[in-house]
Design a protein. Structure first.
Length: 458
């Protein structure tokens, strides 16, 4: 299979979820492969602009973000978590959502029939569905993840702060997550696809008992310089390095941004990506961020994003609010979006939610990092960054006020150990070729891995 030409990606999620896959798609295209992607909007626009053919799903990630926008993500109490879970469950029960999922299952399968891929790549959290497409077409499938998602006793479970679970229990934690957090919720849709494709609901095409998914080759798009590949991983489970875009070097910044960057010392970046919440959450985050900058006397760049960071929501009815607004007007530049790979090297440090893509960009740029986590893999990233002295971990969002975060900023930016470690880490990651390593891993998987269903041979 070393002569494979056509590659089909199935991607779900926010920009931070899709962009690494897009980086790999661009690498494969550069290597002469024909690539298509099936993507949840609005990231399909980013994919097309990058020059990769794309089919947009009916389901939009905006739906999920709008639901989260009715909640307060900073409320991690039992009541707050229940409210978020109920809001998501309510969305999943709507006729619009059900119809979209049904349409996307068919559209994803029809795309594969028309494109006739030689290999399918898909994100881990939808593996049960799209692995069955590969089985139906008799072509190999490779799973990818942005976190370590195969059982190991060497890496803390990525849904918890590092060290929270004893090492002897870690393999079980990973297995339970894959079974109950991924495979079980996806099984009904996978069964629907198997019916559509005429596949058995009990066995694979070789007669073996149905497993969703079977034990496929799996890539983790993380840097082995940041997290060493576990020694207890089997063959075909590989830490490839971060999959990062190179297009940022050609980014043309607005004249106002260039003027701001040239007008003083490097600023601190603060952004929370796709972490959308209700208006109170937006106001809380914005006030916290600007207070931290003012308290530490740092210039800053606020990236609005889905979180909507802006000085416009400050409460200027108080003297404290007026003081913050004045500081922001004189020392802070606001942007809705900007390529991290372009912006971060021009900053003194970064403060963010700890999402996988933003962590990768900050570490690659060699910049000290403060993580204010909200959910998912973010506390894990934050605790690892602090443990490795690459920055500081502020805990879950809302646990610290703006002045406390300002003290952390001052402490971090003055720490020579953190500065030295970040410079070394940045150099190590920049020397890696994550997408190139992934391309080689795909080559090996196609040449050597024994799939559980019959494969077409050339």
């Amino acid at each position: 299979m070393d002569s494979y030409k056509r590659v089909l990606f199935y991607c779900w999620g926010t920009r931070g979820d899709v962009q690494p896959a897009l980086a790999l798609a661009l690498k494969l295209k550069k290597l002469g492969k024909e690539v298509k992607m099936f993507v949840t909007p609005p990231s399909d626009d980013m994919v097309r602009k990058a020059g990769i053919e794309c089919v947009a799903a009916t389901e939009s990630i905006v739906w999920m973000l709008d639901v989260l926008g009715t909640c307060d993500p900073a409320d991690t109490s039992i009541c707050g978590l229940i409210k978020q879970a109920r809001a998501m469950s309510k969305m999943h029960e709507t006729e619009q959502y059900k119809a979209a999922i049904q349409a996307d299952t068919k559209a994803g399968y029809d795309l594969a029939l028309a494109f006739k891929p030689d290999v399918i790549l898909h994100a881990g959290y939808e593996y049960g569905i799209w692995a069955s497409v590969g089985e139906a077409l008799g072509v190999p499938v490779v799973r990818y993840d942005l976190q370590p998602c195969y059982p190991t006793a060497k890496i803390g479970f990525f849904k918890k702060e590092n060290g929270k679970i004893p090492s002897c229990c870690l393999p079980l934690a990973y297995m339970m997550y894959n079974k109950n957090g991924i495979s079980k919720p996806q099984r009904p849709r996978a069964m629907e696809l198997r019916k559509l494709a005429g596949l058995s609901l009990e066995t694979h095409t070789d007669g073996s008992k149905l497993e969703l998914p079977p034990d496929l080759p799996q890539m983790c798009a993380m840097s082995p310089s940041f997290i060493a590949q576990p020694s207890d991983w089997p063959a075909f489970k590989e830490m490839t390095g971060y999959w990062q875009m190179q297009s940022g070097v050609s980014y043309s910044p607005p004249a106002e941004l260039t003027a701001f960057l040239n007008s003083g010392v490097p600023p601190v970046y603060i952004g929370f990506g796709s972490m959308k919440g209700d208006p109170d959450f937006c106001k809380q985050l914005s006030t916290m961020a600007i207070t931290a900058l003012a308290h530490s006397r740092q210039r800053g760049i606020l990236l609005g994003g889905w979180a909507g960071l802006t000085a416009q929501v400050l409460d200027t009815s108080t003297e404290a609010g007026k003081t913050l607004a004045k500081y922001a007007a004189e020392n802070i530049f606001e942007l809705q979006s900007c390529p991290h790979e372009w912006l971060f090297p021009r900053c003194a440090g970064v403060m963010h939610h700890g999402g996988a893509g933003t962590v990768a960009a900050g570490l690659t740029a060699g910049k000290p990092t403060i993580v204010c986590a909200i959910f998912s893999d973010q506390p894990w990233h934050g605790s690892l960054i602090a443990e490795k002295k690459l920055g500081l971990y502020a805990g879950m969002i809302g646990k610290m006020g703006g002045e406390q975060l300002g003290d952390l900023l001052t402490r971090m930016l003055a720490d020579p150990v953190i500065e030295k470690n970040c410079e070394a880490m940045g150099a190590a990651i920049r020397a890696e070729d994550g997408t190139g390593n992934a391309a080689k891993a795909i080559d090996r998987a196609l040449a050597e891995f024994k799939y559980p269903w019959p494969m077409k041979t050339n």
